[in-house]
Design a protein around this ligand. Structure first.
Ligand SMILES: NC(=O)c1ccc[n+]([C@@H]2O[C@H](COP(=O)([O-])OP(=O)(O)OC[C@H]3O[C@@H](n4cnc5c(N)ncnc54)[C@H](O)[C@@H]3O)[C@@H](O)[C@H]2O)c1
Length: 395
């Protein structure tokens, strides 16, 4: 039975950008589609109800595999393309795919292993599968690694997204939804991030790649009338979450008695979004083929670092071994997603409190992850950086 969802983050700037009128005018056409004036007047779109075959790129990853699970559960079929790269432990991605095929059967989950930039492979995929709906989650994620190796981000994020939009318009895709990121706000001085802000000051190659995708998306909408929605996720966490991100790392390290670093007095606050809320927002976007929109998807309120650590202690049953360090220069005390636009146009509201989300994630870590992986993986250790930097930037 197919149903729609009609019932119903954070970038943490570490440097500041200098927004200006001339910056604003340079994207005036693209940003005009998401100004408050335009979105509050935009006609609400009725959700498409009925069977869909959805191409989920990055479907072996954290968010993609959860979206695929939801779509399959409600009766859609899913085609996955993922290169299963080694940004983090590949066995986690293989296990995400296995979970889907064991639960729904290989006839409902077509899996292609390869690079979204591979034109031959991608054309074959579109020719054979003819997906009419695209949920594009594949990307190189992570802020700091993008500074170390920008080229892989330009390749997967910019070339990959262009490749997909090119095929999407050639094969008449009805709706193209893609993952942007709250990191586009990285140069902002605000604490409450709204889609209306001019975000022309990305402070990392990762953020710049996501902003570029938003601009290209507008171009494909403008040239070919491709329906495109970009989603700026605010730090997503939950079961099967990325091991390079703070919620997983805190739970992992505190459970194992490893040291975590706390910067400042712990009062700085960030917006963390539980995976089921993100899936809800993604599926609402897939079901509503708006012409061109950018949405924030976050919880919409912040949690202090102090509260975060104490909830991890409570739900792992272990005391955190914390090293308190001075505040990081440039850190802002409070950052949070403004989700009013997503509420208005998608009917999105986050439902999972941070405490419930941490409790569920800690339970998953204990009952599922710990059984298989006792040692933390070397490539996800971050000895040279700070937990707070990870918490604020690794999205
Ligand atoms: N997790 C977060 O907090 C967060 C926050 C903001 C934005 N995002 C964005 O959401 C999307 C999903 O993030 P995630 O946390 O699930 O990350 P993830 O790393 O778990 O998933 C991404 C998947 O894409 C695949 N991939 C990368 N490049 C590819 C390529 N060239 N060809 C084929 N497959 C490729 C990877 O192998 C991986 O399985 C990404 O676009 C990310 O930038 C995530």
């Amino acid at each position: 039975m197919n149903k729609s969802l009609d019932d119903s983050q954070h970038t943490f700037p570490t440097t500041t950008g200098e927004g200006s009128e001339s910056d604003a005018s340079s994207i005036s056409e693209s940003s005009s589609a998401s100004t408050t004036a335009s979105w509050s007047d935009t006609e609400l779109m009725e959700p498409h109800v009925g069977y869909k075959k959805v191409l989920v790129t990055g479907g072996a990853g954290f968010i993609g595999s959860h979206v695929a699970d939801y779509l399959l559960e409600r009766g859609d079929d899913v085609v996955i393309i993922d290169e299963l790269n080694e940004y983090y432990d590949v066995t986690i991605k293989e296990s995400n795919l296995r979970l889907l095929t064991e639960k729904y059967g290989e006839e409902r989950v077509a899996i292609y292993r390869g690079d979204i930039c591979d034109a031959t492979l991608m054309t074959e995929l579109f020719e054979k599968e003819r997906p009419q709906w695209v949920c594009h989650m594949a990307a190189r994620a992570g802020v700091r690694p993008s500074i170390e190796d920008p080229f892989v981000y330009i390749h997967s994020n910019i070339q990959g997204t262009t490749q997909l939009m090119e095929l999407a318009h050639r094969y008449g895709v009805q709706n193209f939804v893609f993952a942007s990121s709250s990191s586009v706000y990285g140069g902002s001085k605000s604490t409450f991030f709204s889609e209306d802000e001019v975000v022309d000051n990305p402070v990392s190659p990762y953020a710049a790649s996501k902003k570029t995708c938003e601009l290209l998306a507008y171009t494909y909408h403008h040239l070919y009338k491709l329906n495109v929605t970009g989603l700026r996720f605010f730090t997503v966490y939950g079961p099967r979450g990325r091991p390079d991100m703070a919620p997983f790392k805190f739970i992992d390290r505190v459970s194992r008695g490893a040291e975590i670093q706390q910067f400042g007095d712990g009062s700085s606050s960030r917006d963390y979004t539980y995976i089921s809320d993100i899936v809800d927002g993604v599926v609402r976007s897939i079901d509503r083929p708006y012409a061109y929109q950018i949405f924030n998807l976050g919880k919409g309120d912040g949690t202090s670092l102090r509260e975060f650590i104490s909830l991890v202690e409570k739900h792992t049953g272990k005391a955190a071994n914390r090293k308190i360090l001075p505040d990081q220069p440039g850190d802002v005390p409070y950052t949070c997603a403004d989700v009013r636009k997503a509420q208005h146009l998608l009917g999105y509201t986050s439902k999972v409190s941070f405490e419930d989300g941490i409790a569920k994630t800690a339970r998953w870590y204990r009952q599922t992850y710990m059984k298989n992986k006792v040692e933390v993986l070397p490539q996800v250790e971050a000895p040279t950086t700070t937990i707070q930097l990870e918490a604020t930037q690794a999205c």
